[in-house]
Design a protein around this ligand. Structure first.
Ligand SMILES: NC(=O)c1ccc[n+]([C@@H]2O[C@H](COP(=O)([O-])OP(=O)(O)OC[C@H]3O[C@@H](n4cnc5c(N)ncnc54)[C@H](OP(=O)(O)O)[C@@H]3O)[C@@H](O)[C@H]2O)c1
Length: 328
C-alpha cells in the first residue's frame, strides 16, 4: 500500500500490545512505511469518552489495534466483577465508536476464549458463541468481550467499516503477570516452582487433580497471528467469518494436562522435588481447547513450542530486577 499507514496500538504497555508493538517496530525496521502511535494510561484513559474522542480526532489513525483491557485470573474476576464489566465495556465502546467517528477504516480487537459457553463442545469453534451459559466466575468479563465482537460486527454491517476480532486461547510470555493472586496458571506455576527451587523446598502442592487440560500460546505467536489476520484481504476475512461472525480463534490447537505443564515448568526452573496434587480443591473445566481450523486453513499456525516458550518466559522473568517480589 502506498503512503504511510498510521497505527494506534491501544494497550501497548501490556503483554499482548507490547508483543504487537515489537512486531510492528520490526516491520518498520525492515522498511514498512508505518507510523506507530501509543499512549500510556496516564496520557489517555480509555474509559474516558471525551479524552478518547479528542485523541482519535487529533490523530486520525488508519488502523487501530485494541489490546487494552482490564485482565485478570479467577480471583480478580471474582473479586472485582463490576470493574471487569464496566471498564471493558467502556474501553470497547470508546475506542470502537470514536475510531469510527474519526474515520478509522480498519480495527482489530483482542477478545478471549472465555466468550464461549462453559459446556461448549471441545475443541471450541467460533460458532459456539452465544449457544449456552457462560462460566459464572468470569461472566461479566466475557459479556464485555462478547459486546466487543458485536460492536465490531454492527459497525461493519451498518457502516461498512472493516473491524475484526481475534479470540486468543491462554497466552503467556514476556510481559506476563506473575502476581501471586491475580496471575493465570502458567505464570503462577513459574513463580511457585522458581520460589520452591530457590528456597530448596522438597515439595510443591498444586490445586486439583492435575488432569484438566489447557492450551497455551506464546504471545509472540499471538502478535504474529494478529497481524496476519489484519493483513488478510477483506474478501478472505469475510468469507471465513460468515454468516454473522466477525471473530477468529487463535491458538495452537494442542492442549496439555496441568500435570504435564507442572512437570515442564519444574524442569525449566530446575525444581527437583515432588509435585503433589490436592484433589480436595476444584479442578475447574476439564478441557479448554480452541478449534483453530479456520485460521490454519487461511495459512497461519503457531511456531513456538511450549517448552521453548516457557524457557524464554522464565529467562525474561529472571531478568526482571524485582522478579522475586514482582506484583502488577
Ligand atoms: N493474557 C492472556 O492470557 C489473554 C488471553 C486471551 C485474551 N487476552 C486478551 O488480550 C488483551 C490484552 O491482554 P494482556 O494480557 O496484554 O493484558 P495486560 O498485560 O493487562 O495489558 C492490558 C493493557 O491495557 C491497558 N489498560 C487497561 N485499562 C486501561 C485504560 N482504562 N486506559 C488505558 N489503558 C488501559 C493496561 O495499562 P496499564 O499497564 O496502565 O494497566 C495494559 O497496558 C485483552 O483483551 C485480553 O482479554 C489475553
Amino acid at each position: 500500500m502506498a503512503g504511510v499507514r498510521k497505527f494506534f496500538i491501544a494497550g501497548h504497555g501490556g503483554m499482548v500490545g507490547g508483543a504487537i508493538l515489537r512486531k510492528l517496530q520490526q516491520r518498520k525496521h525492515e522498511g514498512d512505511t508505518v507510523e506507530l502511535v501509543t499512549q500510556t494510561r496516564s496520557e489517555l484513559d480509555l474509559t474516558d469518552q471525551g479524552a478518547v474522542r479528542s485523541f482519535m480526532q487529533a490523530e486520525r489513525p488508519d488502523v487501530v489495534i485494541l489490546a487494552a483491557a482490564k485482565v485478570g485470573g479467577i480471583h480478580a474476576n471474582n473479586s472485582y466483577p463490576a470493574e471487569f464489566i464496566y471498564e471493558n465495556l467502556m474501553i470497547e465502546c470508546n475506542v470502537i465508536h470514536q475510531a469510527f467517528s474519526a474515520g478509522v477504516g480498519q480495527l482489530l480487537q483482542l477478545g478471549s476464549s472465555c466468550i464461549y459457553p462453559r459446556e461448549a463442545a471441545q475443541p471450541m469453534r467460533e460458532d459456539a458463541l452465544l449457544t449456552g451459559v457462560l462460566e459464572p466466575t468470569n461472566e461479566p468479563y466475557a459479556i464485555a468481550k462478547i459486546a466487543g465482537i458485536k460492536l465490531c460486527e454492527s459497525y461493519n454491517r451498518q457502516h461498512g467499516v472493516d473491524y475484526r476480532s481475534v479470540m486468543p486461547t491462554n497466552l503467556y510470555g514476556p510481559g506476563d503477570n506473575f502476581h501471586p493472586e491475580n496471575s493465570h496458571v502458567l505464570p503462577a506455576l513459574i513463580r511457585r516452582f522458581h520460589a520452591a527451587q530457590r528456597d530448596g523446598l522438597d515439595e510443591v502442592t498444586i490445586w486439583g487433580t492435575g488432569t484438566p487440560r489447557r492450551e497455551f500460546l506464546h504471545v509472540d505467536d499471538m502478535a504474529e497471528a494478529s497481524l496476519f489476520v489484519l493483513d488478510l484481504s477483506r474478501d478472505i476475512y469475510e468469507a471465513n467469518t460468515r454468516p454473522m461472525l466477525s471473530h477468529i480463534n487463535v491458538g495452537t490447537g494442542r492442549d496439555v494436562s496441568i500435570a504435564e505443564l507442572a512437570a515442564l515448568v519444574a524442569r525449566v526452573t530446575g525444581f527437583g522435588g515432588r509435585i503433589v496434587y490436592d484433589p480436595s480443591k476444584p479442578d475447574g473445566t476439564m478441557r479448554k481447547l480452541m478449534d483453530v481450523s479456520r485460521l490454519s486453513e487461511m495459512g497461519w499456525t503457531a511456531r513456538i513450542g511450549l517448552e521453548d516458550g516457557i524457557r524464554q518466559t522464565y529467562a525474561w522473568f529472571l531478568a526482571q530486577p524485582d522478579h522475586d517480589l514482582r506484583q502488577k
